[in-house]
Design a protein around this ligand. Structure first.
Ligand SMILES: Cc1ncc(COP(=O)(O)O)c(C=O)c1O
Length: 369
């Protein structure tokens, strides 16, 4: 049992990207500090995300740290984030000298649980980092209302879901500041890179001052901007195709529900799929059950990997854990992720992925009986 329609390379062939690279070589803009490509990309991001300012930067990881600084978070403050999240977000809080406060994630969305967030009543909290993960989306109206009431800033990490929508509004535009990644595996890629989105002039000003070391300290180049612009113009259509494939895969895997539970966005949402997540239920109680499944899937050339390790087991010297983190613990050991390039491949690829998943889940479950 093996997938034949791969390998699923990323980025995919794109004539407009090739032309952008050729143009950059022809006109010499690959060698300049700043120019029209960066300016136009920033303007196009503002339009796409419905915000007033877009500040280009060198990665999503530094973007989250800059966003915290822009919101005025300083040493000694506390910052809330999900106990299942990208590791760099925890480090970004630490880099400032602030202290992470962990909350649990929702077992439906893999993302921060707005109900548990409401139970965090701590005067030291200055901001909350909200990451939209694996096709699940956080209940932003609830988070934003709560944060307004408590005087917290909201940093919205949209690195995994550019172009996703909630209630008709772009993910990344709900918070005080949104963060995008243009890393090599991401839906919009320049190999490296990121951006901040905000409509708050004070946040923008603070970030600019922090980044100005006589030169922009965390820049995105003209060449990177040039290859991102054609991808941004195709993002909506590509997200639509990915969403269709995900619906197809989920419909074809419903019979695996005793063993696999997929991530689901809220009803009024249009997620974007950088990863599609399932919890492999046998591994929720026995962590060692996941590895054999992943090994079989990978040997069959199916592009699956493990989820984040999460922070619940991190030392109390490094973070606060005021509430139970049971869902984060379970998902940290049970999550399997399908990587997105397969979702833009031919329909046959999605069928093959489903067949392989079905085959190995059943085989392993039966052999463990
Ligand atoms: C949720 C999330 N935030 C931030 C990042 C960091 O982005 P970058 O790789 O551009 O530093 C990632 C990267 O995978 C991510 O998944």
């Amino acid at each position: 049992m093996r997938i034949t329609s791969g390998p699923f390379a990323w980025p995919i062939a794109d004539d407009e990207v090739r032309e952008a690279l050729a143009k950059s070589y022809r006109d010499g803009s690959w060698g300049i500090y700043d120019g029209p490509e960066g300016e136009q990309l920033a303007a196009e991001l503002c339009q796409y995300f419905g915000c007033e300012h877009a500040l280009l930067c060198s990665s999503g990881t530094i973007g989250v740290e800059l966003a915290l600084r822009g919101c005025g978070v300083t040493a000694g403050d506390e910052v809330v984030l999900g106990a299942y999240d990208f590791p760099g977000n925890f480090r970004a809080v630490e880099a400032i000298g602030a202290r992470p406060v962990l909350v649990d994630v929702s077992s439906d969305t893999w993302s921060l649980d707005a109900e548990q967030l409401a139970e965090i009543i701590r005067p030291e909290v200055k901001a909350v980092i909200v990451s939209h993960l694996h096709g699940g989306l956080v209940d932003m109206p609830a988070v934003v209302a709560l944060a307004r009431g408590r005087g917290w800033s909201v940093i919205e990490d949209a690195c995994q879901q550019p172009g996703a929508q909630l209630g008709g509004r772009a993910i990344g535009s709900w918070g005080d500041v949104g963060v995008l990644s243009f890393g090599g595996s991401k839906l919009l890629t320049a190999g490296r890179g990121g951006a901040l989105l905000t409509s708050d002039a004070q946040i923008l000003q603070r970030v600019k001052i922090y980044c100005d070391r006589g030169n922009q300290a965390f820049p995105l180049s003209e060449l990177q901007s040039a290859v991102l612009r054609p991808q941004l113009s195709k993002l909506r259509e590509r997200n639509r195709i990915r969403g269709k494939r995900v619906a197809q895969i989920l419909a074809q895997t419903t019979q695996l529900s005793p063993w696999l539970r997929p991530a689901l966005g809220p009803a009024n949402a249009e997620p974007a799929f950088f990863k599609l997540a399932w919890s492999y239920l046998p591994a929720e109680s026995q962590a060692e059950m996941r590895e054999p499944l992943l090994a079989e899937l990978q040997a069959a050339a199916a592009p699956f990997g493990a989820g984040f390790r999460g922070f619940a087991s991190r030392s109390g010297r490094r973070c606060e854990k005021p509430l139970p983190l049971a869902t984060s613990v379970r998902l940290s050991q049970s999550t399997i992720l399908l990587h997105h390039p397969v979702l833009l491949a031919q329909e046959k690829a999605a069928h093959e992925v489903t067949a392989v998943l079905d085959y190995f889940v059943r085989e392993l479950v039966l052999s463990n009986k």
